[in-house]
Design a protein around this ligand. Structure first.
Ligand code: GLC
Length: 462
């Protein structure tokens, strides 16, 4: 055999294996070290910005004069609106301003986020990219490929690009109404005797794969594919998930994917037993922070800023900046990432209550980001006064309750404190530390108190 044909042998064998497995390419075999390298930037990031933006943004949580609560990106389902009527009413309201994506990217950067995950397509089925397999997309009536604009803007700010992709589709005529364990607007119409007549699931799944391939293949390097979501009845093989994930990896070998092509208890509970790397790279507790973290598991807590993902004109229940910062610290101290949501208006503008909070969070991150980014979970045990994050040679003490006598008690296990400073002190003057029996008593400087979380950096050695 010539050199050339020898070199071709592995791919020939792979090709044969693919054929034998019924045309399904196997998931790339990866060593734990390779996986760690692929996950590294994400594990360091700790903070991301989620953006929910689609046609629903124009409804603003109101349909036919009635206000809906909860996540109002679901308004089509809540109000039981058939796909055509929904599209007809929503399209005219969706008018992206030029340059909106740059504002998102700048805000994410200002907030201290390392990545942004945006809804390229939510359950309503409307695609922000120029899809060749449907005309229910932005290009067909705004004349713009909004996906492309967003990706370019994020890249220009040096942010990692995450794409949210809904496998649920209320617009597609083949997506089943009943029996999936998933929502569908026509479920609100019991008068329709057989809403699934003529619907063909396999045809839908083929369409969904085509759309996912458009996203994965056309816009250069993407960093995250954020699938949403599955039920017990409709998950994994029902989506042809192994094949779908293999296709994405073929186009994007370094991409990270969440595990929502499978039903995961972690979305609403903390059951760790079901995490499996074959089903995704990380898991996504939603609207809650796991009580004790998830040791050994990559997780990202996604949360709304008020009570909804998509913009609502009547939800004023905003989390305070203090809550955002303390959630971030809490999550980092448990080894997770925090994905905080913004729901822009239909023209792409991020509303003021969101901007204000993200900027305040950013101001804190600017000063204390070293105590968040690149840190790992608290290695010494819970403390009453706040939270602890760590790097190999140091601990960061995040003080939520400042001690009355200015003396902070810190469990150090078998470490010893080499030097402690207030992270905000420009002079980095060492603090007085007294150590005995695995406990250090550190005298804090009230001048460097921060109302959200004051941070002490302790260099440690064994
Ligand atoms: C849920 C909701 C959805 C939201 C998502 C964010 O799955 O269906 O509206 O986009 O969670 O985590």
């Amino acid at each position: 055999m010539t050199r050339f044909t020898m070199a071709a042998l592995p791919s020939l064998l792979l090709g044969a294996a693919v054929l034998l497995c019924g045309g399904v390419a196997p998931l790339t075999a990866e060593t734990p070290a390779e996986r760690d390298a692929r996950m590294a930037w994400w594990r360091e990031a700790r903070l991301g910005m989620f953006v929910h933006w689609g046609l629903y943004s124009g409804a603003e949580g109101v349909w036919d004069g009635k206000q809906y609560g909860g996540g109002v990106e679901w308004i089509q389902h809540y109000a039981g609106v058939p796909a055509d009527a929904y599209a007809a009413r929503m399209k005219p309201l969706f008018k992206p301003r030029p340059g909106f994506a740059r504002e998102w990217a700048r805000l994410a950067k200002e907030m201290g986020a390392s990545y942004v995950v945006f809804t390229s397509k939510h359950h309503e089925g409307f695609a922000l990219w120029d899809s060749k397999v449907t005309d229910f997309d932005a290009k067909d009536f705004t004349g713009r490929d909004l996906f492309k604009e967003i990706v370019a803007a994020l890249r220009a700010e040096g942010l990692r690009v995450g794409v949210y992709f809904s496998v649920i589709d209320w617009h597609h005529p083949d997506f089943l109404v009943k029996g999936t364990g998933l929502p569908h607007p026509l479920q609100k119409h019991p008068e329709i005797a057989d809403p699934d007549a003529g619907r063909d699931w396999n045809r839908y799944v083929r369409f969904m794969h085509q759309q996912a391939e458009e996203v994965a293949s056309r816009y250069g390097k993407l960093d995250i594919l954020w699938w949403d979501y599955s039920s017990k009845e409709t998950q994994g093989d029902r989506w042809r998930a192994p094949e779908l994930m293999a296709m994405v990896r073929r186009h994007q070998p370094r991409i990270l994917m969440n595990n929502r092509l499978y039903h995961s208890e972690n979305v609403s509970g903390d059951n760790l037993s079901i995490f499996d790397v074959a089903k995704g790279d990380f898991t996504t507790p939603e609207q809650h922070i796991p009580a004790t973290g998830m040791p050994g598991v990559d997780w990202e807590a996604c949360m709304t800023l008020n009570g909804t993902w998509g913009w609502s004109q009547h939800d004023f229940n905003w989390k305070s900046t203090e809550t955002l910062i303390r959630n971030l610290v809490d999550i980092a101290s448990k080894g997770g990432n925090y994905l905080i949501n913004a729901g822009p208006l239909a023209d792409g503008t991020i509303p003021e209550p969101i901007v204000v909070r993200f900027r305040e969070l950013g101001a804190w991150m600017k000063q204390y980001g070293a105590a968040i980014r690149g840190t790992t979970a608290n290695p010494v045990g819970a403390v009453e006064w706040g939270r602890i994050t760590a790097k190999p040679d140091r601990l960061y003490l995040h003080v939520f309750q400042w001690p009355k006598d200015n003396i902070l008690t810190v469990p150090l296990k078998d470490w010893r404190a080499v030097r402690a400073t207030m992270l905000a002190d420009p002079e980095q003057v060492p603090l007085a530390v007294e150590s005995a029996d695995g406990t250090a008593k550190i005298t804090l400087k009230p001048a460097f108190q921060n109302p959200y979380a004051s941070v002490v950096e302790v260099r440690v050695a064994r």
